[in-house]
Ligand binder design. Sequence first.
Ligand code: BES
Ligand code: ZN
Length: 634
Amino acid sequence: MRTHYLMVLVIGWIVLNDGQTMNASGEEPAPRHLEAARRDGHSHARPDQVRVTHIDLDLNVDFEHKQLQGKATLSIERRPGVSPKVPLILDTRDLTIESVSAGSSDADLTKVDYQLGKVDPILGAPLTIPLPSEATRVQIVYKTSPGASGLQWVGASGTSSGLHPFLYTQSEAIHARSWIPCQDSPGVRVTYSARVQTPKGLTAVMSADRKEDGDGVASFKMPQSIPSYLIALAVGELKFQELGPRTGVWAEPGVLDKAAQEFSDTESMVEAVEKRYGPYRWERYDLLVLPPSFPFGGMENPKLTFATPTVLAGDKSLVSLVAHELAHSWSGNLVTNATWRDFWLNEGFTTYLERRIIEDLYGPERAAMEWTLGMDILRANLKQTPARVEILHIDLAGRDPDEGFTQVPYEKGALFLLRLEQQVGREAFDSFLKAYFDHFAFQSITTPDFEAYLREHLLKTEPGKAEAVNLHAWLRQPGLPTDAPQPHSKRFDAVDLQARRWLDREAKATDLDTAAWSTHEWLRFLRDLPARLANDRMAELDAAFHLTDAGNTEVAAQWLQMAIRNSYQPADARLDQFLTTIGRRKYLMPLYGELVRTPAGKARAKALFAKARPSYHPIAVDSVERLLNKEQPD
Ligand code: BES
Ligand code: ZN
């Protein structure tokens, strides 16, 4: 008994001390409670023992077999004091491993044994590679599976021209492992290089500097160190148009002009952020317009934001998406959440920055409308979510990190920063943020790291002001703290008044004063209306404002949700068309969610899904499937 107890103590001591390595700059180790927070429960990797520092990819893009084939050569570094017996552990999901070699240079690689472990439904399978003690390179020859969760193989019919297929990756949160064997944790930063072979006539782009080598080969270099979830690749019939000296847009030829017009403010946005928060450190900022099945609005892949074509509204009304993805070049890509528990550090900061950019470019009224719409969505979201999901420093143990993808990290996170701004004043808060980005540049940090920095550099320097903010409530409690800012928009007051007049039957729809309304005001108007509206009232709105034919996807999605709820059949065909051409999860979930509330609707949802499914991304398929299989409450 007693020896056993002692052994546990000794092993415990070794395990605890294992994480206590000096950091790269040779500083003192971080306090233990900070180290514990740094362990990422969503990766099998042990970067505290052996760390990957560079990934070199050599990939062939095979559309016929929906497969990437090639090799990944990883540069590795054993942490000081870690025994040579400790293996390298990589994350994989649905990869076929053909061989693994290791050596001390690219020229000196010999085959080694490896073991592909048991598949965990959330994490995938660990690839364990015992290494010769002198090894600094590991090469894995592998293939992806056609159903890889991080890849979408879009058939020609899913593209704008209908002529060529399209492939793109989506690695966040933990899908990089489905196309690259890697330490798939945001706490591990790597540089990368790649050589990509595509069929002739198609162009490959990545989140990296690009060089055309001819014969369907392009090569890439990412010299800045980034987490694996920011490694990205897309292949299609792509053309480029410049927007400014360091900005531009890639898209299919038929979409390029429209995209260039919509995104023409991009260079000014980069300048606006730089003025407040320090230099843009990624040289170029380009955008890539994806096919409409892209399951997200945007993805902040460094140097090359991926964007849904549904933002091409024709009037720049949805460019907050560009502001958002660009802002990630500071919050997210430069200073990164170390684990998915700290996701709010990426998205809350970015949503705050996004609104500041919108204010700088389009004025305080537009920013106020966006803050207000955000708050409304957050409040609606909070009514439906369990308390544990309402916490910024969320506990995701045993859960898929996608479960943390709610309005909470975005809007509650942004409101927390707005609260701090209002408390200490804009000038002090802006300089705090600028120093924060500089201090943690190219590092991955946890919520406790942020808190420690905040205490030291804002709370202490603004005595008597900042301590009024209840950090514990904001970061560790559910719901909205009582001191949450209350965004307000005067333009929305006017909209609310028009909605009232119509609802009280003081005015007909055609008499409402809507001529100067922006997309935001239309969204507010539609959200002002009650859940139930009689068919003749729906028809009156439709006749006056052509809502069923709305080209703006935000407005259309809001209207279609109302149409489903009120069984407004004139919108049926539009709903079919919408759900079978657009795969953005933000729209799919509320629309399918509204359908499944009645038995007839559920049958329709299933039929529509069967038709649309081949064109959806694996992530979207998974989310919709879960929704359709869930028991509906009465
Ligand atoms: N990084 C996110 C997208 C994301 C988050 C993908 C988590 C996978 C897992 C991106 O920056 C984002 O927030 N996109 C939003 C649009 C934005 C304007 C709020 C989206 O796609 O809805
Ligand atoms: Zn984001």
